[in-house]
Design a binder for this molecule. Structure first.
Ligand code: ZN
Length: 347
């Protein structure tokens, strides 16, 4: 089991509700593919959050027969935006008192105290880190660049370059491409509002759960005969029923996910104009084999690819390889561990 020098790199993936742990060895292989997660409880404050992450790592080390001596470094995947490297800005899904928190330094101090020696922490956007892990799988030993889009509650987008690292940008908000405007004239939709506050019709609103209440409202106006139009259920519950409805052949629900696939396909084409990727990976809840049928995923990918292809340059139509994300909920923790490993290798 313990190959080479036996060192491992750990990734902490901190969401607003749950935090996950992953690890990779010196070759980048995951130490474990078992999902290890626990509540973040961000509302209980910084100290509670840090203690939870540390305990999660200690449990992970114990489960995998490892010790602090084996840990080469730690990566932290966390939703942005950031004010500076490792310093959190005001995030929509985190408590306000975490605004301005130098989470990277505080976490490094705790880890170093636990390990009894300095432990370096690499902090980055969770979506970008998820892309790092998926990119390693699709390109193997190659250097092909990867564009990853993960529609879920929001739209995570990442661009992974030939070194395997994400485009973070000067202000660490690189590839926040879910908040670029959608081509509304091609979608035949009004500008939806978005959690980010922009009013130009963010792509995220047309491709994810966040915008589904607005999309469903428009669709029900156009299909007043549908049972959901007369249903007394709150809009949130109606929205949550759509995935099941679509997979049982409901035409309106199917139309809605076809629409989302088209909207994301247009965005793939727009982003390909900028970054010209070799691989496009689609992740998120809709591509989760435990949440959707293979038929559903195949249909979604086909519409997305066809929509994108029409708008690409001829060379790109042949060159771009599409695939579905494979790591699911583990991608961001594994990606964080990989960035910690890569930054160690570059020192
Ligand atoms: Zn937005």
């Amino acid at each position: 089991m313990h190959m080479g020098d036996g060192r491992i790199w750990i990734g902490t993936d901190s969401g607003a509700t749950t935090s996950k742990v992953g690890g990779v060895d010196a070759s980048g292989e995951p130490v474990s593919t078992r999902l290890s997660q626990r509540p973040t409880d961000a509302h209980k404050g910084k100290d509670h959050v840090l203690r939870g992450w540390l305990e999660a790592i200690e449990a992970f080390l114990a489960e995998n027969g490892r010790a602090w001596d084996d840990v080469g470094g730690v990566g932290l995947a966390i939703p942005g935006p950031f004010l500076a490297p490792g310093v959190l800005g005001q995030a929509a899904n985190l408590p306000k008192d975490l605004d301005g928190w130098d989470v990277g330094s505080d976490y490094a101090a705790r880890l170093s105290a636990a390990a009894g020696r300095p432990i370096k922490v690499t902090v980055g956007n969770d979506g970008n880190y998820g892309g790092v892990a998926e990119a390693r799988l699709v390109r193997g030993d190659g250097t092909g660049s990867v564009l990853m889009l993960a529609p879920g509650s929001g739209l995570g987008v990442a661009y992974i370059d030939d070194r395997g690292l994400p485009l973070d940008g000067a202000s660490l908000v690189g590839m926040e491409a879910g908040h670029m405007p959608a081509p509304l004239h091609l979608l035949g939709m009004p500008p939806f509002s978005c959690g980010c506050g922009r009013d130009w019709g963010c792509v995220e609103a047309y491709t994810t759960i966040s915008g589904l209440p607005q999309l469903l409202a428009v669709m029900l106006e156009r299909h007043p005969e549908h049972p959901l139009a007369a249903s007394p259920l709150p809009i949130k519950e109606k929205v949550l029923s759509l995935r099941t409805l679509a997979q049982s052949g409901d035409t309106l629900a199917t139309e809605i996910f076809d629409f989302q696939a088209k909207a994301l396909g247009l965005h793939v084409a727009a982003l390909a104009m900028a970054v010209d990727p070799e691989y496009v990976v689609i992740g998120g809840g809709l591509m989760d084999p435990e949440a959707t049928t293979e038929e559903f995923r195949t249909r979604y990918m086909r519409i997305l690819e066809e929509t994108a292809r029409e708008r690409l340059w001829p060379a790109q139509r042949k060159a771009i390889k599409y695939s579905q994300a494979r790591l699911g909920e583990l991608s961001q923790a594994i990606g964080a561990a990989l960035v910690a490993l890569y930054s160690d290798e570059r020192r």
